[in-house]
Every structure is written in structure tokens, then in C-alpha cells.
Design a protein around this ligand. Structure first.
Ligand SMILES: [Zn+2]
Length: 134
């Protein structure tokens, strides 16, 4: 995947017609008209190509969050999910980091997910490793 054939880079360059709802110098928010989980499902991303969350600059992330909060306020949302997937195993299908804002208007629309939890995880080991590395 190069920037020239990246869907979100093409959108940010104005090469694909989208329903743009918010834009700054570095960030864009568009309505997801292709794979919407609910009315108002929007996608936010930095215009600069970065495949994953950890590759997006901190200031770009801050600007994305500001844009998401503005849209949440404009829609007067009380119930919504913010979804951000990284890597194919995690469900990322467009490899330009982006955030989904998914309104939950009713119990039947919006994001639905499996609430099954793993009980066989050694949390002490991962906690110890993280404390050593951070
Ligand atoms: Zn891109």
C-alpha cells in the first residue's frame, strides 16, 4: 500500500467524492456512506499518511480528538462508540489510521460486539513486563 493508492490519501487529496463534515489543515472527517453501522457514522483521519495509530503524530491525534468531540456535540450524542483498529487481525481493512465515530441511536443500531472475556490471562506477567519497559 502506497500513498498513491491509499483510499484515505485519495480522499484527503480530493480525488474521491465524499460527504465531508469537518476539515482542518491536517485532519478530515467524513460520513461513512459505504459501511455505516448507524446514521451519522463518521470516519476521522490525519491527511498525512500513517498506517497505524502509533505512527500518527501526537498533535495530529489531538486534532482528530478535537474534531470528533465537535461532531459529538453537533449531533448531541449521549450514546456512541469510538472505534480504532490497527492491523488485519484487529479488523483494520483500510491501512491509513482512522477513527470511527459510531452513534448508538437505538439498542438495535450502531456498534455491536461480543462481550466474552478471557479468564486464563496472566495479568501479573504482562504488568511486570510493562513496568520494566515503560
Ligand atoms: Zn493514506
Amino acid at each position: 500500500m502506497t500513498e498513491s493508492d491509499c483510499l484515505l490519501c485519495k480522499i484527503s487529496r480530493g480525488e474521491i467524492r465524499v460527504s465531508k463534515i469537518i476539515e482542518t489543515d491536517a485532519v478530515m472527517g467524513v460520513i461513512n456512506t459505504i459501511e455505516a453501522y448507524s446514521r451519522g457514522h463518521a470516519v476521522f483521519f490525519a491527511k498525512r499518511h500513517a498506517a497505524s495509530f502509533h505512527e500518527v503524530e501526537d498533535w495530529e491525534l489531538a486534532e482528530i480528538v478535537r474534531c470528533i468531540k465537535k461532531v459529538v456535540a453537533a449531533l448531541e450524542l449521549e450514546n456512541y462508540n469510538i472505534l480504532q483498529n490497527n492491523g488485519a487481525l484487529a479488523g483494520q481493512t483500510v491501512f491509513h489510521a482512522h477513527f470511527h465515530l459510531i452513534p448508538k441511536w437505538t439498542d438495535g443500531d450502531g456498534l455491536r460486539y461480543d462481550r466474552s472475556f478471557q479468564s486464563d490471562i496472566d495479568h501479573r506477567e504482562i504488568s511486570r513486563r510493562l513496568r520494566e519497559r515503560l
